[in-house]
Design a protein around this ligand. Sequence first.
Ligand code: ARG
Length: 532
Amino acid sequence: MFGLEKIASKIEIPPEGIDADLAIPSFRESPEAVAEKIRALKSPLFKEVVVKGRYVNISFNYAELAPLVLADVAEKKGEYGWNACGAGKAVMIEYSAPNIAKPMHMGHARNNAIGHALVNLYRANGYRVITTNHYGDWGMSLAKIMLAYGRWGDRAAFDKDPVRHLLDLYVRVTKESADNPELEDEARALFRKLEAGDAELHAMWQEFRDVSVANFERMYGLLGISFDIDNGESFYTEFIPAAIREALLKGVAQYGEAAEGGEGRPIVVSLDAFKLPSFLLQKSDGASLYGARDIAVVKWRLEHYDVSKIIYVVGHEQELYLKQIFKTMGLMGYPEEKLAHVSYGMVTQGGKKISTRTGNIVFLEDGFEDAIARARGIREVGVGAIIYNMLSMGREHDITFSWDAAMSVEGNSAPYIQYAYVRAKAILEKAGALASPLLSPYPHEVGAREAALLKLIAHFPEAVRQAHALNAPHLIATFLNAFAQEFNRFYASVPVLEESEGRDLRLALVAASAQVIENGLWLLGIAVPERM
Ligand code: ARG
């Protein structure tokens, strides 16, 4: 009834406790018949093909499997585990998107980590990836900070530590405008002046932008990330009027009622039919809004890049907003199905929500510095500890950042996994020239520890596929943690360097393990250290 291809697509890794390496559920066709088809392959790789209930269980012949897997790793090296499922396709990934005049804090580390990991995962799955940043460099929040600088700014404090000073001003203006609503009006007036091209304000805006971007770029340097497109929101402002006109022409947006006493009418997109809240593209005073800009942004991206998907790595508090934007694009005739929100939960630190508004933040820059110091100056380990901690949980969960967990030597941390790598490298160095690669079936019984490690090495490509299919970098983190655990068990119980019949196999396993860890960490945006 089913061909082999159909069967292959159903292969599962059985849960622990089942004594088999692969399992194939067969509910429609008789499992006996499926087992017969597999036995008929006469593959030397399969030791046993047995039926258990509605499952066909397969166990490997590790002596046959070992040379195939290990030669594959040795040959593909930094590309072991990669596949070509995205060949010929391009995706655009927007991530990071910090706001100008506000510091990057530990919460941003999660966005950067998820975005960077997705970029690498898509590349490893054969896609061409176009990365885009999206600086929040336009709008009322920035206008308020500029207003605050005009009132309370201190040139010396700014010159000394611009990002800190701007944060202090932001906290102050937020607090004061709660009792003093005129500040909002003043900020609005300032923003209008800026939009009209006032030279002095533009110079201030440019300076704020420059000092912020310089700070962001220091972080990107540490994280090893860069962007193909680094336009900010301000770049798209000139395309907004055309986008709003198009929405009106296509009947997706309508004029609303003028406010009492006023003449101007707002422009609204009504999404009632889709059970989504309506939203404004333009206020009655003519000022355009965030949503209008995002529509112009999607248009610009689709006009300039031929991509099969645009992925937005944005926190889950903007989920509803992005649904509104995506639906609006669909109604305007654009390919809504190409727009995807990859959301993630909040990061708390020390039990408190990170909040720029109140100033309760740890600057990412200070976080990195602290981490590197805790890692005794080893940059890859310090930076990696933060990144891994941000990725080790499913992205939808809220997480609490903790130094104990991030730096743990017991497991589930970058240092733990990196340490397994450094150990593997040290063994290889001690062994001198690598033993000749295994070309033919291993002539001896493969021990249990060796088999367990081999199985994980062979499983890595599947983890890469799955993590990509689900946009789930944490699957790679989880895989690597299990891998390092297995490697440590192997290392503790098998005398790798001992001159005996198994030495070639053991050394080849160690070399492949180092490669798998290096490749897996690379996917997460984490570098391997030379020493620890
Ligand atoms: N800068 C925004 C923020 O910090 C995120 C931007 C999201 N991207 C977008 N195209 N709207 O909240």
